[in-house]
Design a protein around this ligand. Structure first.
Ligand code: AMP
Length: 295
């Protein structure tokens, strides 16, 4: 496994692979790796000849009052985990390498990046789209792997790639969870034991929302109010956003009828911001896929 910290030698290493006709997969991360990241790496290894994992805590996607400085980092631990998976290249640039001068060019995916979580994290998705676009230009991968946990991020990247005709395939990977349902996240280590126990309310609330929709509830407000009640009943939860949207377009939904929807939640526990998602399938859609199902 090669650890590369600057762009020029990375391009040279990748040029060699490409010249031999090998396909390249990239897994962009902010490090402090866990099994969620490793699921992306394993998928990339299964589908590509060569796998590049990028480890970069990108300052431009954090708001001024967010946790850029406090974001957990552990280079040695990350490298040991990636070594065990026999990744080909780890690209871990400094902030100066990625942003040697104040950027004048940004990528904004609008309105997709301004709605939902974009309303509580202004500028976040533009920071993500810009850095991911830079990484795509640096690595020139055939395939890139992203988690469904960051559902809106995945939608923003897919849209950027489609709108700008970027020549690669985006692969979404299902969310990996702790045994009690909490979505794995690098930020989970910053939770106090009490906040960690409280945080499982997110997956419980998402499960209840999914159950209601599966049972035929078509009014988004009923679903969201039930979920909001569960989350706000947890004293340590500070709910930041809770939305129900079309699972494909992320547009608002007036009635949950034939198309799958996604439930999206962000909440802070003791100041640690967590995010989770669940795709829910309405009863009508389920029946459509079952021969002889009731209409
Ligand atoms: P991050 O390091 O948090 O920026 O995440 C890097 C990539 O890993 C993103 O595409 C995330 O969506 C994905 N990811 C993070 N946590 C999980 C998880 N629990 N399950 C699946 N993918 C994840």
């Amino acid at each position: 496994m090669q650890l590369i910290e600057t762009i020029a030698p990375l391009r040279a290493a990748l040029y060699d692979y490409r010249r031999k006709g090998e396909t390249i997969g990239v897994v962009p991360t902010m490090g402090y790796l866990h099994d969620g990241h490793l699921a992306l790496v394993e998928r990339a290894k299964a589908e590509c000849d060569r796998v590049v994992v990028t480890v970069f805590v990108n300052p431009t996607q954090f708001g001024p009052s967010e946790d850029f400085a406090a974001y957990p980092r552990d280079r040695e631990r990350d490298l040991a985990m990636l070594e065990r998976l026999a990744v080909d290249v780890v690209f871990a640039p400094t902030v100066e390498e990625m942003y040697p001068r104040p950027g004048q060019t940004t990528v904004s995916v609008k309105p997709l990046g301004d709605i939902l979580i974009g309303t509580v994290r202004p500028g976040h998705f533009s920071g993500v789209a810009t850095v991911v676009s830079k990484l795509f230009h640096i690595v020139q991968p055939d395939r890139a792997y992203f988690g469904e946990k960051d559902y809106q991020q995945l939608a923003v990247i897919r849209r950027m790639v489609a709108d700008l005709d970027m020549p690669l395939t985006i692969v979404g990977v299902p969310t990996v969870r702790e045994p009690d349902g909490l979505a794995m996240s690098s930020r989970n280590v910053r939770l106090t034991p009490e906040a960690r126990a409280a945080a499982k309310v997110l997956s419980r609330a998402l499960g209840e929302g999914e159950r209601l929709i599966g049972a035929g509830e078509a009014d988004p407000q009923v679903v969201l109010e039930t979920m909001r009640g569960m989350i706000t009943a947890e004293p340590l939860a500070e709910l930041r956003s809770l939305d129900l949207a079309d699972a494909e377009t992320l547009e608002a939904v007036e009635r949950v009828e034939a198309r799958p929807v996604v439930l999206l939640v962000t909440a802070a526990f003791g100041g640690v911001l967590l995010i989770d998602e669940r795709v829910a399938h309405p009863i009508a859609e389920l029946n459509e896929t079952e021969p002889g199902g009731e209409r």
